[in-house]
Design a protein around this ligand. Sequence first.
Ligand SMILES: Nc1ncnc2c1ncn2[C@@H]1O[C@H](COP(=O)(O)OP(=O)(O)OP(=O)(O)O)[C@@H](O)[C@H]1O
Ligand SMILES: [Mg+2]
Length: 258
Amino acid sequence: MKLLNKSEILSALSKHPIGRGTEATTYDAGRYVVRVPHTVKIDKAFRENLSNDTYNYQKVDNIHGRRNFGQPLYNLTDPKSGAVMLSVCKKVDGITTNDLVEEPLTTKQKSDAMAVAIEKMRIMASAPQKSYRRLVDDLNHLAGTNFTIDPCEGNMLINPTTGRFYIIDLRPVKNIRNVGDLILLLLTDIPDMPDNAEYFELEQKIVNKLMRAAQSCGLSVPEQLKLKPRALEVIKSEAARQLYKNNYQNIALHTHTK
Ligand SMILES: Nc1ncnc2c1ncn2[C@@H]1O[C@H](COP(=O)(O)OP(=O)(O)OP(=O)(O)O)[C@@H](O)[C@H]1O
Ligand SMILES: [Mg+2]
């Protein structure tokens, strides 16, 4: 079952993209998104091939059930090379939890980036505890798959209305990630964050909720407990760092198998 017809795909590609990363550009297509790798040029030949059904339809196995990682549902591939020309993916309604900041920043850019980061952290800090439990549950689910998190900016979204987190942009590699990687997805990495009392307070709230969730859910495999120094580098306040360090060792491992 193709979820979008070719005119819906063409119409999505004619609009302004909703996101652009290092690997692909993503377009809004109503209930879904269309993701086009940067290696593919959206030119006349591409549009014609799409209209003439030249590309092969390839359904992607559903291994995530009803979870939403913005994962591809099907790909259109080039019949000759087998290369993926585009993917139709689950859509996530939300805003990125953190954004890439590229130095050097002017004073104005830095204060704008900080204001945005703080606003996003207010939303994350007030997200219900249940959202954090779902996030840890997603981490547990991924440990049992051949997919891994890419803990970089833009790879987690939050729905500001529901407070629900969505990890996106999974990598098809078996590489077990830990709660520290969730911290890298949650917290901004603005360098030399100036002393900001609210920032520190929000960071503490977020780390606290995440730690509580990890303790109440437990983790499914020991690798998820491995500490990465990078996560501690990203945490700016001493209080949040202590919270992480003190609770990290207390996170239980699942004793039962699902
Ligand atoms: N399924 C989706 N639903 C909603 N927005 C999406 C979806 N996929 C991507 N986006 C938007 O597009 C942006 C870039 O997407 P994505 O991270 O998948 O691209 P990428 O090129 O793989 O990025 P990276 O630079 O991490 O390799 C995201 O930060 C997000 O804003
Ligand atoms: Mg990305």
